[in-house]
Design a protein. Sequence first.
Lengths: 231, 209
Amino acid sequence: METFVLLIQIFIAAALINNFVLHYFVGVCPFLGVSRRVDTAFGMGCAVTFVMTVASLLSWTFTYFILRPGAPLPAWVWSRISGRSDVVVDLSVLSYIMYIFVIAASVQFVEMYVRKFFPPLYKAFGVFLPLITTNCAILFACLLIMKNLQDPTALWGLGESLTMAVGGGLGFTLAITLMAGIREELAMCDVPKPLEGAGIALVVAGTLAMAFMGFTGVDKSVAEALAKALH
Amino acid sequence: MSDSDPTALERFLNGILPENPIYRQLLGMCPTLAVTGAMKPAVTMAAATAFVLVSANLIVSLIRGLLKPHLRILVFTLTIATFVTIADKALAAYLYQMSKQLGPYVPLIIVNCIIISRCEICASKQSVGVALADALGMSLGFALGLASIATVREILGSGTWFGLPVLPSGWHGWGIMVLPPGAFLTLGLLLGAAEWLGQRRAARATGKA
């Protein structure tokens, strides 16, 4: 039960309070670039959520078994080579390079899979899929997982990591869809000439970020209420 | 190399104002918004990005004859990731507090579009000297952009500049400016101001002609 409450808390925190775009500023490029129409914005959000989940699954596996200090796999290999089993092997210096590989590979695989099995979806995603490789939100999710795996007090399991990834992806979808809705309306407004385009979009994003600040503390209250209801 | 390719000086000057990565190209938005709450993290970030940009541009320019078209983006990213690892470890070793404060935004330099776009546009096509000038110009432009946003946010948000008090002690600090919404608002309004100045200059130029 406690795990369930913790997962709910992680989900709300990732989706609303620490929204990837509006709180951490990761993924601002697609947030400004692909938010002119609601349907494309929603498609981009879904693609990001999908890739983020796959990349988080892979990067959790790599971090847990290979990259974190004291990970089992390199320790086993080292003990085979040197015959000593008391050495803590720390490969975390390779993390960034590994994550970039993982993200590029998962984007590629997701693209192939979707093209083979869901052709209409592939058409809808179109150019967004390759663009996601350089989307900082995905790398950010991997880095969050790394941070929580290197800290022995918060050793995240696969469940926590995937919840965070799905929550973060849905939060991104929510933010970019809201933004697109507002920008569709803005297209008919009389915006001061110098602010047209990116300027007004950023001001709108600032207002959205202010609104999202109102969610602060919701995760703890929901967790407390849930814990009370379940006991 | 054709005659139409820009020279080193043109590349250098282009990066500072005419093609400023933040105000003109809207690249690298993530660090632009995230670390500009105060001057110190902004300057550190600009320095780290400059180190990675210069190193990556040099390496890519040196190996440009070996690049295969379909693998070049991967090579760029891996080169950048290597230098970011170096920068990250160096920051953690010598400026531990700052490295804690910048947190994940140092590794996020890997996906900073400024660096990849410079490798693609300039370093993979031109000689080492031009690539170096290009990287320096772009880094300077990026640093100026970051510093301008950080100046506004730190002075309005906490009444200080580089940690030194500049506003009278009666100023309580405009809290929202150092929080996430302030980043979006400041950048949006500064973009508008830059655009307004540009339009006015263009109007004056056509008026004279």
